[in-house]
Write a protein that binds this ligand. Structure first.
Ligand SMILES: [Zn+2]
Length: 405
């Protein structure tokens, strides 16, 4: 409301009312966060736990960005766990199943605080019972090993999205890294960009199954090929905006508009190198400055992990000073809203898949800060609910098989 237009006299009563309103507003972000269904669509803790021998249900504070108790603390209602396998890994389908087994084991050990969720109805039940709704998304189409039966099998085990590629190409889709010319050790130098006929049949099968087609990591041609044939809204589980941070795996403006038109959702990644166009240069300067010291630590026999930890401890303040501010995430949220609308943006933080985070968003306990900032920027409760999880749930529902509805 514009006060001038309505010529409202500011009476003492109104001043009192305003003070009350401000106080309620200041308190309400916590209530809004508690009431919102908060869902994040990308977290790599399974891979970290497998690599390092950790378990998600133990206290991993100081070791990782996520664990079960900290997710609860952050008010997360649902998490899509990434089923990840690098492009060079042998037997990727088998490896994917090992990751799924790991999540199953965590859920089995924690029946009171976790629940496997494969459809929106189960999501609602899990939330009602205050259990972490635990979903799965495969990160890289190479894990189906060119076999639609393996895709069906992964669906049967509960996987509800698949990025058509990871950074690597597979035999039927090209990645953003490849199409943009950033791929090192490129084995596909004369490869045609986009989806092959088999790739198109993968998208159609995913639509039939009710597995969301995830367009994070894919090349631009693969993106356009997939969006032309999908008959369901797409998911972009963990990517940001190219116009604000021009890295090859962020979405360009015409892609953002196309996701809006398709009815899909873009879940924003928290990685500073995808949010902040100055982050890479700051990193480079820091690394150059301490290169000699790192080299000498290496010569003394230290492992890369030990070197990293030594440098991080010694130059803590310096590292903190160069961290990207959380405010950048809101610039990306606003950019998606400006181009596609409020119904097409959400959160896919990529915790434990990212080496460092924005300054204030250090781990999964910090999701409330996002709600707090959205409130302070004047977003309505309804719009905050959409961003924090509602938009994703809409796309999840729209991808269900017809006989499930
Ligand atoms: Zn990723």
């Amino acid at each position: 409301m514009n006060l001038k237009q309505n010529r409202i006299k500011i009476t003492p009563l109104l001043v009192c009312a305003c003070l009350l309103f401000t106080a309620a507003g200041a308190q309400s972000w916590q209530t809004i966060h508690n009431k919102a269904i908060v869902v994040d669509t990308h977290n790599d803790i399974i891979s970290v736990c497998l690599q390092k021998g950790y378990s998600f249900d133990e206290n991993l504070d100081g070791k990782t960005q996520s664990d079960l108790s900290r997710m609860k603390q952050g008010g997360l209602d649902g998490q899509v766990f990434s089923i990840f396998c690098g492009g060079e890994q042998k037997d990727p389908f088998q490896f994917a199943n090992r990751e799924i087994d790991t999540l199953y084991a965590w859920i089995k050990r924690n029946p009171k605080s976790m629940q496997l969720v494969t459809n929106p109805q189960q999501l609602a039940v899990a939330i009602k019972k205050h259990k972490l709704a635990s979903m799965m998304g495969v990160e890289g189409g190479h894990m189906i090993e060119n076999d639609l039966q393996k895709l069906d099998y992964l669906y049967g085990r509960g996987v509800r999205y698949m990025t058509l590629t990871w950074n690597n190409n597979n035999d039927w889709a090209t990645s953003a890294e490849y199409e943009s010319g950033h791929q090192k050790n490129n084995k596909d130098s004369v490869r045609k960009n986009g989806l092959t006929d088999f790739g198109k049949s993968v998208v159609r099968r995913m639509n039939q199954l009710g597995m969301m087609v995830d367009l994070s990591h894919v090349g631009e041609q693969t993106f356009w090929d997939a969006i032309a044939i999908t008959d369901k809204p797409v998911l972009v589980s963990h990517s940001d905006c190219y116009a604000l941070c021009p890295v090859y795996r962020n979405l360009k403006d015409d892609q953002i508009r196309a996701v809006g038109k398709n009815g899909g959702v873009i879940q924003l990644n928290f990685y500073p190198l995808f949010l902040d166009s100055t982050a890479e240069q700051k990193q480079h300067t820091f690394l150059q400055k301490h290169k000699a010291e790192k080299d000498s630590l290496k010569n003394s026999g230290m492992s890369n992990d030990e070197i990293e930890s030594t440098i991080k401890t010694k130059y803590k303040q310096e590292m903190e000073d160069m961290q990207s501010p959380l405010s950048l995430l809101f610039d990306h949220i606003q950019h998606v809203i400006d181009l596609a609308g409020i119904d097409h943006v959400g959160l896919g933080g990529d915790f434990d898949g990212i080496g460092f985070t924005p300054k204030e968003l250090t781990d999964v306990t910090k999701y409330p800060l996002i709600t707090k900032e959205l409130v302070s920027r004047g977003f309505s409760k309804k719009d905050i609910y959409k961003i924090m999880g509602g938009n994703f749930i809409r796309v999840f529902k729209a991808n269900q098989k017809h006989d499930n509805q």
